[in-house]
Design a protein around this ligand. Structure first.
Ligand SMILES: *Cc1c(COP(=O)(O)O)cnc(C)c1O
Length: 331
């Protein structure tokens, strides 16, 4: 809290001026000659109105992965503080914890990949500065019971991060509506999935504005490039396209699920509210080999907790999905 952040040229003067000779930029009239807006004001203003929150509750990272890393660095001290998450879940919580040398407790899900409440609440303690809950969860796509998340928010002494990377594919509401009730709630979203902007690296943390200020202090000053801010804004001007693509993916998810369920090689499909299906096959290694031979790449999750013989399959275009189904029918 006492730390003085790097003060960039754009921190010390913002506004319009005739001549900017303060940042050692090249005066070339090239589009990207100037440093980007360090606080991404225009992008935040668009995202704030889209999500019905205030712009000062937003923190934009170079992908959610940067937000995850900065949250850890802002709150966790090596050897003292810990992180808690569920297993299986998104791998970056564990990687980021390791990079920062912070211990992480993985609470195993039950065999249906539902949260094991007894195990969760017996593990959770005051050392946990961050609790990551991914909902819909990657790799299975299930929504985590909101009543359970509320109990975690009530008892946790640290921040509870609900990772909503896939929320726009789900039937349920976002947790952003609960930010007023829980000052320890952080909602993590991204433009990588539903918005189709994975290449732009736009991760969005929505949280108490005081916490945004802390992350602003420790972030790399110009963490989102001008090109990426501009491209993200362009996408947000075409929300009809985004909505159409989300609808198509949801329809395809339902269609493919039915087709897969009819196949003898399929043992089980985990109910998904995301843009992927976690499928348990009778012999996932055989299926993976067959798909790969046809040039179809899917994600082997078989070594993850309770995921034996499981493959995670992203929902593609109708044509891509047809190729997948054709290939699987021949397995
Ligand atoms: C894909 C994904 C993200 C997105 O990460 P970005 O760095 O924003 O691309 C975040 N969380 C989960 C659970 C994901 O699956």
């Amino acid at each position: 809290m006492a730390m003085k952040p790097y003060s960039s040229a754009r921190d010390e003067y913002h506004g319009d001026a005739k001549v900017f000779l303060d940042a050692n930029e090249n005066p070339d009239p090239f589009d990207y000659a100037r440093y980007p807006d360090p606080y991404q004001k225009e992008l935040k203003s668009r995202l704030a109105s889209l999500r019905s929150v205030s712009a000062d509750q937003l923190f934009i990272g170079n992908g959610s992965d940067e937000v995850i890393d900065l949250l850890i660095r802002a709150t966790c001290r090596q050897g003292l503080d810990r992180i808690l998450t569920l297993d299986p879940s998104y791998g970056m919580y564990t990687v980021s914890a390791a990079v920062n040398e912070i211990e992480i407790d993985l609470v195993a899900m039950d065999e249906d990949l539902d949260v094991d409440e007894i195990s969760l609440f017996s593990t959770l303690n005051n050392q946990h500065k961050l609790i990551f809950i991914c909902s819909p969860n990657n790799p299975n796509g299930a929504i985590v019971d909101p009543a359970l998340i509320k109990r975690v928010l009530d008892v946790a002494s640290g921040l509870v991060i609900v990772d909503e990377a896939y929320i726009d594919f789900a039937d349920t509401d976002s947790w952003v509506t609960m930010l007023g009730e829980y000052s320890n709630l952080v909602v993590l979203q991204t433009m990588s999935k539903a918005f189709g902007c994975a290449g732009l690296r736009i991760g969005v943390g929505i949280m108490d504005s005081d916490l945004v200020q802390i992350l602003n202090k420790i972030k790399p000053p110009y963490n989102i490039s001008t090109a990426n801010q501009d491209a993200a804004l362009l996408r947000l001007e075409n929300l009809d396209d985004v909505k159409r693509s989300i609808d198509a993916i949801r329809q395809e998810r339902a269609r493919i699920e039915l087709l897969l369920l009819e196949m003898d090689i399929v043992d089980r499909i985990f109910p998904s509210q995301a843009n992927f299906l976690l499928v348990r096959f009778q012999n996932s290694r055989k299926v993976l080999a067959q798909l790969l031979a046809e040039g179809i790449v899917v994600r082997d999750r078989s070594t993850h907790t309770h995921c034996n013989d499981c493959i995670r399959i992203s929902i593609g275009t109708r044509m891509e999905n047809e190729l997948l189904i054709d290939c699987l029918s021949q397995c």
